[in-house]
Structures are given as structure tokens and as C-alpha cells.
Design a protein around this ligand. Structure first.
Ligand code: GLA
Length: 453
């Protein structure tokens, strides 16, 4: 059933047509069923397999790369993006799997007379930038909104979806993050529970993101089915526009988890979707997001991933142990790994966290199963993720402020006998573990193991 999430609505519609074709003979001409149904059934089945494999080629494992927002914000420039691409290569991160160099909000200028979007003065030549990034063996990502304004107040794609998709493809863009932002005004205008005054305030805010936020925060908004349908349509619209270009473009939905997006993100073409609000470079923010990703693992899989937001590793607001918690948790969650620091000024410690091959191998595991929490006691939590070779990634986390000793609860972890373990942050084999094995976890830290039964 989970595979159903691979389909776009149009593909589903085509499938449904085929399936209903196969049903008709059953009712009207039951005797010809085996002859008539079998070939059509095979066509449907073949289409099913074709669509699954075509979609799974994009983001068949969680995307890895870099995004400008967490460090550079709205002031990012083409030079920053080129420097990130250079550093991705020289640091060895590209060879460790980081591939996408993603420009977030802040690149957009005005539209020309024909309505074509252009880069602003910080991005004078998008095509040349894409060529440069590609010349490094990397891919380029970009950012827009289904609303008329992005969250930082730049030009969005509302009313220009097909045109923008064509422009991105012509530039050589490989990834689009599509951020709800001012489309919330469009949704709010449809809400039944806002007063005429609030409606007027929304209209007056004219797409200015801060004014919109202020108004929306005063409105108690639970999104209605109608609003969620509008949101889905807006995302599906851009998906169709991207698909029509013929260029494989990873599609990242950013709408902060509204309307339980994990239940429908893949059906509107999303390869990943944010599951909540914006991460900040501090432990309370990162840990609330990371440890909050409970019970949604079944919605993730090859081609379609839950996205708890980009990495803050190396931005300076957390300790090394806290950043190791960040990286470990994201790997167990099969989360996209989008570094958010200044790659051109990384400390060796930051690089060692971001480029730990054992931890990356967990994130990129071919089975594509997201992990979940299996055990918790006071401030300690254990999260596990099943891996394709039959081993299990185990993260023993300490959310408390004192270091603790944790005895591995073998039965909760499904461990029997004396499994073989590797400590992924220490980078050493631990040999065979005995039932009752204890380990010490620093404050806000983690011990991450790969255990083979
Ligand atoms: C929203 C998103 C962030 C970032 C900013 C840019 O807040 O959630 O990830 O893209 O917009 O304005």
C-alpha cells in the first residue's frame, strides 16, 4: 500500500481508468474475464511498476547536499554558492555523498516584460552559476513559493508556475524547494472562521510576509478540507509543470507539515516534505524537532522522504555532542542531509561530523526504512533503524544535562545472543556484545552503534 504514495494524481487517474476498464468485462461478460482481463491487467501492472521505478530514481535515498538559508539567509550571493560548491569538492563532502547545492530564498529579482523571472543583483547569471555547479560534478537547487511572495518577501511563482518551471529547466536546475509562504493568504481568504476585519487586514498586508504572519497568528486556523485541497492543488500544479519540462527535478515541499503532509506529499509529486516548522541553531529547537518525529516512519521510502529540516551542524550554536546528536538522529530518521553551514570555513570537527561515512551509510541505506523510537526512560531515548544487510542502527541518546550510563535493553531492541557491534562515532569495532552491555552517553549526546545479529 505504501507504494501508492508514489503516484501523482494524474497517474492515479490513468491507473483508475485502466482498473475500471478491467472491471467492466467482469460485470457484463463474465465468461470472457480470463482472456479480456489478463492483458489489460498486465498493462496496468506494467504501468504500475514503470511509474514506481521512474519516480524512485529521483531521491531513491534521502537527498544530500547544502542549502544557503541557515547560514546566509536572504543575503546569499552567487559567489557564496560558488564557494559552497568549491568547498563541497575540496573538503571531500561531494565524495562522501553530498550532491545538491541549493539556493534558498533571496535569489529572485523582478520579472521581465514577458513575465520571466530573473535573478537579482546578487545572482546576475543563473545559467552560468548552474554550469559552474555542474562542472564540479554537483547539482543545483533553487527555491520558490506557490504564493505571490516568498517568506522573505521575494517574487513567488503564483500565476507563473509553468513559465517558472521552464525557466528553471533552461537554467539547468535540478531541485526545487517550494515554500508555502504567502499562499497562506490565499488559504486564509477561503477560511470560514475569519472575520471581515481580519480578511481586510490580510488583503491590506498585500503579500508582505511579516504583516501576513502577524495577521495569520491572530487567526485561529485549523485548515479545512477545502483549504488542504487547495494546498494540494497548488503543489500538484508545480509538480506537473516540473514534469512537463522533461528535466528530472527533485521536488521538495515546504509547508511546515500542515494538513499531515506526510499522508499526501508523495501523491502530489513530492520527493520530500518538511514535517514541521523552521529549525534554529540551538539544542532545544533541534531536539524538539528531531525527537518529535514519532510515528511517521511508514510514510517515508525511496523517492519520498520526511524532512525534519536542514542541518545546523557547524553554525556555532551547539556543542559537538549536540551536533553529533543532530547528525545521528537525522540519519536514523532517513532524513535529507542538507548542510546549512558555511562550507568554506569549516572546522575539522564540523567536517568530521558531516562527513562521517558510517553515519552517512545509515542515512543512505538502500532499504529506505525510516527509524523510530523503541525505548525511553527519563531523559534517555533509544531509536533504531533496520538496514538492508540485516543489521540495525541504534542511537542511544541522552537528552539530559548530566552524562548517564545506559544498559542496552536487548529485548526492546530485538537483540539476541551476542551480536557484533561497531561504534560509529568512535570509529571502532566493539566485538560481540553481551546482554546487559552498558555504555556512557554524554549530556545532550549520543552513542551510535551498528549492530549485526
Ligand atoms: C521558510 C522556510 C525556511 C526558509 C525560509 C526562507 O521559513 O521554512 O526553510 O526557506 O522560509 O524565507
Amino acid at each position: 500500500m505504501e507504494r501508492i504514495f508514489h503516484y501523482s494524481q494524474s497517474t492515479m487517474a490513468a491507473m483508475n481508468n485502466l482498473i475500471s476498464l478491467t472491471r467492466k468485462p467482469r460485470i457484463s461478460r463474465p465468461r470472457s474475464k480470463s482472456m479480456a482481463v489478463a492483458p489489460i491487467g498486465w498493462v496496468a501492472f506494467t504501468l504500475f511498476i514503470f511509474c514506481v521505478s521512474a519516480r524512485a530514481q529521483l531521491a531513491s535515498t534521502p537527498v544530500m547536499g547544502w542549502n544557503s538559508w541557515n547560514h546566509f539567509g536572504r543575503n546569499v550571493t552567487a559567489a557564496d554558492v560558488r564557494a559552497a560548491a568549491d568547498a563541497m569538492v575540496s573538503s571531500g563532502m561531494r565524495d562522501a555523498g553530498y550532491l545538491y547545492v541549493n539556493i534558498d530564498d533571496g535569489w529572485q529579482g523582478t520579472r521581465d516584460a514577458e513575465g520571466n523571472i530573473r535573478g537579482n543583483e546578487n545572482f546576475p547569471d543563473m545559467k552560468a552559476l548552474a554550469d559552474y555547479v555542474h562542472s564540479k560534478g554537483l547539482r543545483l537547487g533553487i527555491y520558490s513559493s506557490p504564493g505571490s511572495r516568498t517568506c522573505a518577501g521575494f517574487e513567488g511563482s503564483f500565476g507563473h508556475e509553468e513559465q517558472d518551471a521552464r525557466t528553471y529547466a533552461a537554467w539547468g536546475v535540478d531541485y526545487l524547494k517550494y515554500d508555502l509562504c504567502s499562499f497562506r493568504i490565499n488559504l486564509a481568504e477561503q477560511a470560514d472562521d475569519i472575520t471581515p476585519n481580519q480578511r481586510a487586514a490580510l488583503q491590506q498586508s498585500g503579500g508582505d510576509p511579516r504583516a501576513v504572519q502577524a495577521v495569520l497568528s491572530r487567526i485561529s486556523q485549523t485548515y479545512s478540507l477545502k483549504q488542504i485541497a487547495m494546498m494540494k492543488d497548488a503543489y500538484e500544479k508545480m509538480h506537473r509543470a516540473l514534469a512537463a519540462t522533461g528535466r528530472p527535478i527533485v521536488y521538495s515541499l515546504c509547508q511546515y507539515g500542515l494538513g499531515d503532509v506526510w499522508q499526501w506529499g508523495a501523491s502530489v509529486g513530492g520527493n520530500l516534505w518538511r514535517t514541521g516548522g523552521d529549525i534554529r541553531d540551538n539544542y532545544p529547537s533541534m531536539s524538539a524537532i528531531g525527537f518529535g518525529q514519532l510515528d511517521i516512519a511508514r510514510y517515508a521510502g525511496p523517492g519520498h522522504w520526511n524532512d525534519p529540516d536542514m542541518l545546523e551542524i557547524g553554525n556555532g550554536g551547539m556543542s559537538a555532542d549536540e551536533y553529533r546528536t543532530h547528525m545521528s538522529l537525522w540519519a536514523i530518521l532517513a532524513a535529507p542531509l542538507l548542510a546549512g553551514n558555511d562550507l568554506s570555513r569549516m572546522t575539522p570537527e564540523t567536517l568530521a561530523i558531516l562527513a562521517n561515512r558510517d553515519v552517512i551509510a545509515v542515512d543512505q541505506d538502500a532499504l529506505g526504512r525510516q527509524g523510530d523510537r523503541v525505548w525511553a526512560s527519563k531523559a534517555e531515548e533509544i531509536w533504531t533503524r533496520p538496514l538492508s544487510d540485516g543489521s540495525v542502527a541504534i542511537g542511544v541518546f541522552n537528552r539530559g544535562v548530566e552524562s548517564v550510563t545506559v544498559k542496552l535493553p536487548f529485548s526492546s531492541l530485538g537483540l539476541h545472543g551476542t551480536p557484533i557491534a561497531r561504534d560509529l562515532w568512535a570509529g571502532r569495532e566493539l566485538g560481540r556484545l553481551q546482554n546487559g552491555y552498558s555504555l556512557t552517553v554524554p549530556r545532550h549526546g549520543v552513542v551510535m552503534l551498528r549492530v549485526t545479529p
